[in-house]
Structures are given as C-alpha cells and as structure tokens.
Design a protein around this ligand. Structure first.
Ligand SMILES: Cc1ncc(COP(=O)(O)O)c(C=O)c1O
Ligand SMILES: N[C@@H](CCOP(=O)(O)O)C(=O)O
Length: 508
C-alpha cells in the first residue's frame, strides 16, 4: 500500500466546496454557473458540483459471482441488467481493491470524515460520502439521493445498565431516515443506477420489488423523486398501515397479493424475468453497496475504533452481509485492524438461518414463516442465505432467535428507557439479553445494536401490547388511565401513582 506521504492530499483530489445560497443577491458563483444552466434558473447544488468535478480516478467496480476470486473469468458491467450468475447463483459487486489500496487507510479516513455534515452534492449523503467505495463510476448528476445515512449512533445508557448490566451499549438508529428504515441506504444506490441506465436508453420501464413494507417504502420514494415508475408486491394484510400508505402516497403501483413475502418474492422474480422491470430487492447486489456504508459509519462515529459486537436483525439476509462487507473493506484497506463479531437475530416464528446455524451449518431448509410482530422479517426462504452464512462464518458470528413475547417485552422495555424502537430491534435486543445471560458477551464489551426501522411504523403493535389486546402478553404494559374530569379523581390517581413510584412519598 502506498504510504500517505506519497499520496496527493485528498482535498486536491476531492475538493470540498461550500454551497452557494441560490437566493443570495450578488452570489459569487452565480455568473460562473449561469453558463451551464438556463439563464432563468438559479444555480443549485448539482450545478455547483459540476463546477468542481472530482479528479479523474481509476476506481471501478463490476458484478462477479458471489465469492468469486479477484481473477474471476465471469463478470458483468454494472450497466448490464443481471441479477444472477451463469450458474444461477448470487452476484456480488467487486471493487478494484488494488486501485483503492493505492491510498492508505489514513487517506480514506480523512476523506470520509471531511464530508460528514456538509451539503456538498452528493457527498452530504452518508452513502455517497463513500462514493468511491460504492458506485465509483456513476456521474454525480445521475445520483438520486435524499442525503440518507449519517444516522445517529447513541449510547443506550439506561437500557445497558438496567437490563443487561453493561456500560458500553450503543444503538445505531438506521430507522431515523428518509422513509424510516435502513432500506434508504441501498435504494439510493439502486435507483441512481437505474437513472443512469435510463439515460443510456437501456430497456427499463419501471422498478419493482416484493416487500414486507420497508423496501417498498424506500423504492417508491426514490423512484418518485426521480420520476421513475415503481411497482410493489405486498403480502395482503401483512404489513403495517404506516408502511402501506408510503408507496400509495408516493404514487407506486401497489399490488396487494394474497400470499406471504416469500410468495411475493417468487412472483417478482418471475415477472422481472419476463418484463423490463428492474428488480429492486436485495437479490440485486447493488443494494448492498449502499447498505454496507452503515458499517463504515459506525467505525467513523467511534473515531475508527472497532466495537466488539454488532447485532443485526435478519430476514431476507442481505443486511447482515452488507455489514460484514463494509467492515471487511475497512479492514482490507487499512482503516481499521479488525472486524467486529456479528450476531444475526431472527424471530423464532421465521428462523431458517437460526435452524441452519444450530445444525452446525449442515442442512439449510427454507421454512414456512409464521406470523410475527416483527412483520418485516417474516421471511422463510431468504434470498441471501449464502451471503449471510459467509458473513457469520468469517466474523466468528452467532445466530440467535426471539420468541414473540421476548421480542415484544424487549421492545417495550427499551421504549421505557426513552427509545421508541421497532419490533425487529426488539429481536436484536433479545439476542443481546440472551448472549449476556449466557456470558457470551461480557459486561465491559462494546456492543452496537442495529435498529432497522422507526418505531412509529409499528404504532399499532405497541398499542395492542399496552392495551392488553394480545393474549398472554403485556407484562410491562403501561395503558392510559381513564379518569373522571374532577379534581378529586385526578388527585386520587396521582397520589396512588406517586406512592407506588416512591413509597417515601406521602400526601396524607
Ligand atoms: C425493519 C427491518 N428490519 C430488519 C430487516 C431484515 O433485513 P434483511 O432482509 O436484509 O435481513 C428488514 C427487512 O428484511 C426490515 O425491514
Ligand atoms: N424487510 C424487507 C424484505 C425484503 O428485503 P430486501 O432487502 O430483499 O428488499 C422489506 O421491507 O420488504
């Protein structure tokens, strides 16, 4: 690897510029930009980016069969429409690591750090701030972005101390995002590439996915933003109202189909093989290039220190591999020296990976996924099973599962410490509780739990828990108290409450 002294400085190669205020009079940049825009329109951040093109570099990426070596004879340009290898296996996006490795870890750390918190197009996005590692060849003009990523990584102090006896527990809140889940990270990449393909007149009439509610929300939003038709296949009555209204609002063609997610996934694969509809599920390895940036962001937020464990809820199983890939690239390119141990957490009602893990990776069987409150991971035949196994085996990883009561109680307990998490994050927290109880994770280890969606998408599930509507559940319910509208009745309730909270408190 080239020592940093020999490298051109990153600010020479990738200049960072402040963005002019298009409304400001006598804007210094206005006259320069005017030549590239219509005389009527004020300059915007894309115009500004055009004025400062990144220096030419030789970074490239291509599709290869999953797990192929660096010299794979089978490969495809990212401008081809291909989801499977010749043998029908998964694909992976392979970067030119030799070209990237000409710059040392310090260089990449400084470059990525320099882009955080800016509005420079497209680097203000947490995904596109790592553009060279994501889609190095795409023109910045073709990118469709809502400046996703850069999600908060917060210290879960009270949950850590009270429920798992830990002082160094963190939550990476990928649900605080444009459409309320981590899917935005992958969808900005996929839809940007489709935007590019359309400009190249490639045969694409729209983009489609099967979904348990979050992929469809992200797909419809990014497509709507770029004016590209989107089509979503949803299992009827199996996603939350908040998730359903997202693609409806964004103008997608919404098909509510009388099957489960696995049935929808099978259908979309058949349909995209027949019609020029581009497939947006994580079977398409482009998505994972965006999702892997959450792992890079975690390292960055810890000032490039590596946590001991990262726990990720798993369904179709693309994300666990995306995390592995992000961590591995950081290690291979010298940004950090090791990778964390990964835990994939599944709902016991939809646990094919867990069963495979328990069999010592000897026998994989798809299952019929049963209904779970963690509805976005109600998946029995995950498309990325090989990717997940690779990630876990190479990170000394573990698979855990959570029953319905465990995942709901964990969610509610986390909420009681000030979070408002989704049930899938409840699955991940259950895995943490179990691994702490068994002593696998130590009290002083640094753990990151990945929160994958916003709790507001699952408000009804929380209402059902707290109102006692779910049989045999609700140990930690906190239902509203109905009280008559008079001073005495309100005082009675408050005295009772304060006395129970603190027996020392006495109002008599
Ligand atoms: C909220 C949420 N959490 C977790 C997952 C699991 O991610 P993956 O399918 O990549 O395993 C999904 C989607 O599947 C999801 O929507
Ligand atoms: N939870 C997902 C399921 C599909 O996963 P994908 O990553 O393959 O698109 C969803 O929200 O649809």
């Amino acid at each position: 690897m080239m020592p940093s002294m020999l490298n051109p400085s990153f600010s020479t190669l990738f200049p960072i510029h402040s963005v002019p205020n298009p409304n400001r009079k006598n804007n210094r940049c206005a006259s320069i930009v005017a030549s590239s825009t219509s005389s009527q329109s004020p300059p915007n951040i894309k115009d500004e980016a055009r004025r400062h093109p990144a220096a030419a570099n030789n970074f490239t990426a291509k599709y290869v069969p999953f797990n192929a070596g660096l010299d794979s004879a089978e490969w495809y340009s990212l401008d081809e429409i291909v989801y499977r290898s010749r043998s029908g296996g998964l694909l992976d996006v392979q970067h030119d690591m030799e070209a990237l490795g000409k710059f040392d870890g310090a260089y990449w750390r400084a470059l990525f750090d320099s882009r955080v918190g800016k509005t420079t197009w497209p680097y203000g996005s947490g995904v596109w701030s790592k553009k060279e590692w994501v889609l190095p060849e795409i023109d910045s003009d073709d990118i469709v972005s809502a400046f996703e990523g850069n999600s908060n990584l917060f210290w879960a102090e009270r949950f850590g101390k009270q429920f798992v006896g830990m002082n160094d527990l963190w939550v990476k809140h990928c649900g605080i995002s444009h459409t309320g889940s981590f899917k935005d990270l992958g969808m900005t990449v996929l839809v940007s590439q489709v935007n590019r393909l359309l400009k190249m007149n490639r045969p694409v009439v729209g983009v489609g996915c099967a979904s348990t509610g979050d992929t469809s929300a992200a797909l419809s939003a990014y497509c709507a933003s770029a004016g590209i038709p989107s089509i979503v296949f949803l299992p009827a009555n199996k996603i939350s109202t908040a998730q359903l209204i997202q693609p409806v609002s964004n103008g997608a063609l919404v098909l509510s189909i009388g099957t489960d997610f696995d049935g929808c996934m099978k259908l979309i694969r058949e349909i995209t093989a027949e019609l020029p509809i581009y497939l947006a599920n994580s079977l398409n390895s482009l998505r994972l290039e965006g999702q892997k940036t959450a792992a890079i962001e975690i390292l960055q937020q810890f000032n490039w220190e590596v946590p001991d464990w990262v726990i990720v809820p798993g369904g179709n199983l693309g994300n666990i591999y995306a995390f592995y890939k992000g961590f591995k690239m950081c290690r291979d390119l010298g940004l950090v020296e090791r990778i964390p141990r990964l835990v994939c957490a599944q709902a016991a009602n939809a646990n094919p990976l867990y069963l495979y893990y328990k069999s010592g990776w000897s026998e994989f069987r798809a299952v019929k996924a049963n209904t779970t409150f963690a509805s976005a991971i109600q998946i029995g035949d995950p498309v990325s099973i090989e990717r997940a196994v690779h990630a876990l085996r190479n990170s000394d990883g573990i698979v855990e599962e959570a029953t319905e009561e465990e995942l709901m109680d964990a969610m509610v307990q986390a909420d009681s410490t000030g979070m408002f998490i989704c049930p899938h994050t409840g699955v991940a927290l259950t895995a943490l509780i179990k691994l702490r109880n068994r002593g696998v994770i130590g009290p002083r280890e640094r753990v990151v739990v990945v929160s994958t969606a916003h709790g507001l998408k699952f408000a009804q599930t929380k209402i059902d828990y707290h109102s006692g509507a779910i049989p045999d559940m609700g140990r930690f319910a906190n239902p509203p108290v109905s009280v008559k509208a008079d001073f005495g009745s309100v005082m009675d309730v408050l005295k009772d409450f304060l006395h129970n909270k603190s027996p020392k408190f006495s109002t008599s």
